[in-house]
Write a protein that binds this ligand. Sequence first.
Ligand code: BTN
Length: 267
Amino acid sequence: MPLFDEHDLERLRAVPFLAGLEYHEEIGSTNDQAGRLAAESQLELPHLVLAARQTAGRGRGGNAWWSAEGALTFSLLLDAKALGIAPQRLPTVSLRTGLGVLKGLELFLPRETWHVKWPNDVYLERRKVCGILAEVPRPDRLVVGIGINVNNSFAAAPPDVRGRAVAMCQLAGQPLPLVEVLAAVLGSLGETLLDGGELPAAHWLELWPQYCLLTGRKVEVEQGQRRYSGICEGIDADGALLLATPSGPQRLLSGVVVSVQGVQGVR
Ligand code: BTN
């Protein structure tokens, strides 16, 4: 039985944010597929590539992305210009995506323990629920790949994944309506990714402090060969992480958070 049936796909086609979608029972990586589609200039965007199973799912930093049936694995192919995202705001797409996903998910499991971990992981009860891989296959196209632990089990997961991840169904005590969760996330992304109006970026920037996992905590960030350690003071309008370090303030536009005081296994 397919994970999503024709009725589910009709439901998704009705999401106003999307111009088109395709569904695969099995694919290598939805990001790779969205990257291939980026060459098709006539394709209407945003386009959703949704898969029940990935055989070569990719994570950040060249890592593999482990997932099992019942998780959401999908990518959005976006036209940044059409969304009104100015080139200088492109680095913020990852952050906006994380926040958009969180806002969609919390509707199904209202808790005070939803967090975003800069730049774009979503955490629940201090464990990772969602990972995001943003890529630029050509200068005028963006791919945001999103993996969300919704109804999947971790019984067959590698031990490191089992230790730091959580699925929403574990905390809800029951499976969640997968297609409705996806529709809510897509609707919410339409809001955090769209840069319309007179105050571009204001909406997501205002929301960030409320959900930031790192603010006020001691964190360590790796950036290439360098490692920064300090107290997180939030982010700025460019999406840069602000750290108070013993040698003065640091502003990091990229990097990997490798430790967070009070949170286990954040990598
Ligand atoms: C990370 O946390 O390392 C990012 C994980 C991103 C996983 C998603 S699943 C859908 C899309 N296709 C991929 O190959 N990766 C992303």
